[in-house]
Write a protein that binds this ligand. Structure first.
Ligand SMILES: Cc1cc2nc3c(=O)[nH]c(=O)nc-3n(C[C@H](O)[C@H](O)[C@H](O)COP(=O)(O)OP(=O)(O)OC[C@H]3O[C@@H](n4cnc5c(N)ncnc54)[C@H](O)[C@@H]3O)c2cc1C
Length: 406
């Protein structure tokens, strides 16, 4: 799209909507660009009002499409040296990632995917169940044909990462405004964005560009600019458990591709464990407090334990459930995000399903490119445009490629 003429402006004003990791990383990378003034608007009393602090904190390159692998490689490059580069602790652990393969169909798909990942520069490979016990000593080796292993994958604390990007953005003079709910996107007669309305008319903020990073509210914010994006908000739950035996602090995030059950080491002797097990998966309202609950229902715990017990010896009658919570995935038909300038001056960075946390340093850089250059050479965005989403639906043939893997 042609760039607007900024000659009359002293600076380019950009409003980022959403104080989660997508918005904050976008704000940070925008604030690094010359002549860009950034204001981030968050509707909540604090940043992190959405899913970000509720994520499990896994990052990986094990994906089935090149664009996801490329986003991961760019993001991991940032995450893997974040603490050294910025001097901020994010509870970073370079523990790797394991995908447990339970049948031949999964094996064949993962074999093709690992080949593609390696072509793009990822160090992923298959390892045997016996080799995997070096990382997860209690693994049930009888269950798995093989495991996909991603040695460069990591884990971190998503809340700490959000705070870190907020600090870095503020150091670059970005304004972070809480209790600023964007209630309209203001456009001129040609649909070009000219600002946002806050709190139902309380005030307006002028902007040359507006970035939609509203997570599971993303479709509602896009509608304010007359843009339809197919995001469906879906509830996802996780639990903190004390396992039957200590899971090493160095253990990878381990996912069972048969059920989607996962676990990773967390604080002290505890682990985070969860998955999505129910056949029905209704859309939820992100404004309903039960979507962001601070507990989990008993039937979720029962289903999780049934599947987790199959994976390893960490789960059984003596496992203690400490607590749990839920958050909301922003799912699109292709399970890929929408990353594009949809109408002049309005950039979508939403619909990331279960991946916005890990991909945020990459998507933030892409947003900064789109706003300041009108294009990016970091990744091919073809599959991430609104007009590409429906076409890709048929390319997701097997269940593990839905929000667990893809
Ligand atoms: C249990 C669970 C486990 C997960 N595990 C992982 C994981 O291991 N790895 C990973 O990468 N991802 C994971 N995710 C997914 C991850 O949490 C999300 O993809 C990510 O946090 C979304 O970030 P976001 O910034 O796009 O959206 P959010 O964090 O939801 O932030 C959106 C923000 O926009 C604000 N907002 C909305 N509308 C407006 C408005 N009109 N005006 C102003 N502000 C507005 C909201 O208040 C909110 O703060 C997990 C999610 C859950 C629930």
């Amino acid at each position: 799209m042609p760039l607007p003429d900024y000659n009359l402006h002293e600076a380019m004003e950009v409003v980022v909507i959403g104080g989660g990791i997508s918005g904050m990383a976008s704000a940070y990378y925008l604030s690094q660009r010359d002549g860009v003034e950034v204001t981030l608007c968050e509707q909540g009393e604090n940043i992190g009002h959405g899913s970000t602090p509720r994520a499990v904190g896994g990052m990986r390159s094990l994906y089935s499409t090149p664009v996801h692998v490329n986003l991961s490689l760019i993001a991991l490059d940032v995450w893997n040296s974040f603490e050294e580069d910025f001097g901020i602790s994010i509870d970073y652990r370079n523990n790797g990632y394991l995908f447990g393969v339970v049948d031949r169909t999964q094996y064949e798909y993962l074999r093709q995917d690992i080949f593609m990942q390696n072509q793009l520069g990822a160090q992923t490979e298959f390892i045997t169940p016996e080799e995997a016990t070096e990382y997860v000593p209690g693994l049930n080796t009888d269950r798995y044909m093989a495991l996909g292993w991603d040695p460069e994958a990591s884990q971190a604390d998503p809340h700490a990462c959000l705070q870190a990007f907020s600090k870095l953005a503020r150091e670059n003079d970005a304004r972070i405004l809480t209790e600023h709910k964007v209630t309209d996107v203001l456009q001129d007669g040609t649909d070009k964005v000219r600002g946002v309305e806050i709190n139902d008319g309380e005030k307006e903020i002028d902007a040359d560009y507006v970035v939609n990073a509203a997570g599971p509210w993303g479709h509602r914010v896009a509608a304010m600019a007359g843009v339809e994006i197919p995001i469906t908000p879906k509830k996802r739950e996780t639990t903190v458990m004390e396992p039957e035996q200590k899971l090493p602090d160095t253990a990878p995030l381990t996912i069972d591709l048969g059920s989607g059950a996962y676990f990773r080491p967390w604080d002290g002797d505890t682990i985070l464990a969860g998955g999505h097990f129910k056949a029905d998966d209704p859309d939820v309202d992100p404004d309903d407090p039960s979507s962001f609950a601070d507990d989990v229902p008993l039937d979720f715990v029962e289903m999780a334990m049934t599947e987790l017990e199959k994976t390893s010896s960490y789960f059984g009658m003596d496992t203690r459930i400490v607590r749990g919570w839920s958050g909301v995935y922003a799912i699109t038909p292709s399970n890929h995000p929408i990353l594009e300038e949809s109408v002049p001056g309005f950039v979508n960075n939403a619909g990331h399903s279960g991946r916005a946390f890990m991909h945020a340093p990459a998507t933030g850089q892409v947003v900064a490119d789109l706003v300041t250059e009108g294009e990016t050479d970091l990744v091919d965005l073809t599959a991430l445009r609104t007009d590409g989403l429906q076409d890709r639906r048929g390319q997701l043939p097997i269940p593990y490629r839905q929000d667990t893997y893809n």
